[in-house]
Write a protein that binds this ligand. Structure first.
Ligand code: PAF
Length: 201
């Protein structure tokens, strides 16, 4: 498994694979990997010659600094996890590599971002759309994999692909749940015992 931290060396390697006509699957993540991510990885590994998993805790999608600071980071375990699935390539850039300057681009997804999660997290989907477009431009995958758990995110990314004519097949992978029926999420690591109990209700 190869690990890249900078965009240019990742692209050099991907360009060679594309010359060999290999198909590329992209699994974008923010790390703290769990069985939900495993389902995305397995789908990508089955459907493409090469799978790229990105691990990047994207600062532009956090509307709260404390939330960004406390987001679970389990890099060493994530790498072992990805090796166990024989993932081909990991892209783990720094925030400076992804954002040499703070981006000024603003997406507007109108009604799509004004309800549900969007109404509680102003600017969140703008940050998601920025990082996902950057990852699409950097990797230029044939297919990209997202979880059904993030329904609104998936709908917004579908709109992004349509509006910007990305030639990428989006794949939505069914939710994975724990033994109590709670959807697996990296953020569950931050729930208190009582929070976990009420989330499982
Ligand atoms: O769903 C996530 O983990 C993130 O929102 C994503 C798509 C990796 C973008 O940072």
């Amino acid at each position: 498994m190869q690990i890249f931290r900078d965009i240019s060396s990742l692209q050099l390697s991907l360009n060679e694979l594309k010359l060999e006509r290999k198909t590329i699957g992209l699994v974008p993540t923010m790390g703290a990997l769990h069985d939900g991510h495993a389902a995305l990885l397995k789908a990508s590994l089955a459907e493409n010659d090469v799978t790229v998993c990105s691990i990047f805790v994207n600062p532009t999608q956090f509307n709260n600094d404390e939330d960004l600071k406390n987001y679970p980071r389990t890099y060493e375990e994530d790498i072992e996890f990805l090796k166990s699935f024989e993932c081909d390539i990991v892209f783990n850039p720094s925030a400076e590599e992804m954002y040499p300057k703070s981006p000024s681009l603003k997406f507007n997804f109108a009604d799509l971002e004004q309800s549900m999660e969007g109404s509680y997290r102003p600017g969140h989907f703008n940050g998601v759309a920025i990082v996902v477009s950057k990852l699409f431009n950097i990797v230029n995958p044939d297919r990209a994999y997202f979880g059904q758990k993030d329904l609104q995110q998936y709908r917004i990314i579908s709109q992004l692909v349509e509006d910007l004519s990305y030639n990428i097949e989006l794949r939505q992978i069914p939710i994975k749940r724990d033994e109590n029926g709670l959807a697996l999420s990296s953020r569950n690591k931050r729930l208190s015992t009582s929070g976990l109990k009420s989330a499982r209700k």
